[in-house]
Design a protein around this ligand. Sequence first.
Ligand code: URP
Ligand code: ZN
Ligand code: ZN
Length: 453
Amino acid sequence: MDLIIQNGAIVTETQVFQADLGVKEGKIAAIAADLSHVPCAQRVDASGKLVLPGAIDAHTHLAFPFGGTVSSDDFFAGTRAAACGGTTTVFDYSGQNPGESLLDTVKRREAQAESQGPAVDYALHVGITDLSGGLLDTMEEAVDYGVCSFKVYMVYDFAVSDGAFYQVLQKAQQTGSLICVHAENKEIISTLTAQLAAQGKLSPWYHYVSRPEFVAGEAARRAIAWAKSLNAPLYIVHLSDQEGVEAVAQAKAQGYAIYAETCPQYLHFTCDVFKRENGRNFVCSPPMKGQASQDALWRALKGGILDTVATDHCPFLQSEKDWGKEDFRKIPNGCSGVEVMYPYILSQANQGMITFPRAVQLCAANPARIFGCSSKGSLAVGKDADIVIYDPRKDFTVSQNNMHSDTDHTIWEGLRLHGYPHSTYSRGRLVYQEGRFLGQPGWGKLLKRSLKP
Ligand code: URP
Ligand code: ZN
Ligand code: ZN
């Protein structure tokens, strides 16, 4: 063996048990009660610690052109931060340029990622914006290349029409791919935004007011109805509201493959953050909602209605957030989170809100299964040795100073966590330990995926 992690408590998606774990050539090669007799190059003692699969953040925006700028973490900075928070795979939402084939989007973003040097493995989803001239037919080429998940936005300048969304769902069914959706009602948001602006109501609080609770739930219901009519699977990103939770629960109960993701910011903050002096820093879409929605999300998280937790990591610099100090329409939408996601969810597990296996389901096993990452997401023989050693006794307070993103502030400033990752391994290589990034640019590789049986 190259590495044996001894005496730790192994956490899988179903159980926690004491065992040793052996790694050979970047893969998990053995899990057994006692590997102390097995020859190996390096032994690590994990007594008193948990040994978990590295997390998969299925929703990030790296070097993302958006809101009049580009998100401030490129593929290196974003994946460095990920590694330091125990996340060993990130998915990027790469946007199709007008007139571009979906395979060309993939190749353009792959080249950009490779030039920036990702520190952990990454996968790509493609945000579909232009169906003209037969471009939707290029989905098959992207799927054959190993990118089998796509996204449509129901909001923003690059939103697709209802008819286009329906065609995307049809094509996904033909190609064996999965459609993700940002569900909010664009027309109602535009109307309310114009009305608020006419009344001079433009402080960050009105970002929330312009997107009342129902605009996300209503859009989710429509998207689910179309997916159901085609029996096509659908993945709802960044679910934030009670009505959306109810729509997903109903569709699941009826037996449809409707998946839902939420993000730590919706579990932790409510819309009250937009009233803070630095409320602009929290502006993201959909916005954080009221307490009833947060309570519904927690029930869904515990009860199996939510499938994944991801971050929607899309950081902007303070100077860019400041553009909208007096006018929420000018604030680039998005916040950082990739380094905090796994520590936040594991800290919740450590305090008994959910079990550790449930945390592994949400942050590793389920995203791997849903998005066809067969080599990732579990501690099992043959899987990539993406491993986190977690110290449940280490208290940690998040601060801009101890994060590893290229952005210059964090909405998580002051967050107190109970338990924290001690070490992170990416394919058997140590990339983080006790506050220090130990990886290297370019170690991360593009994951080719398939959802075909
Ligand atoms: O505010 C957000 N979420 N920014 C990133 C783009 C998106 O909607 O996911
Ligand atoms: Zn979105
Ligand atoms: Zn997003």
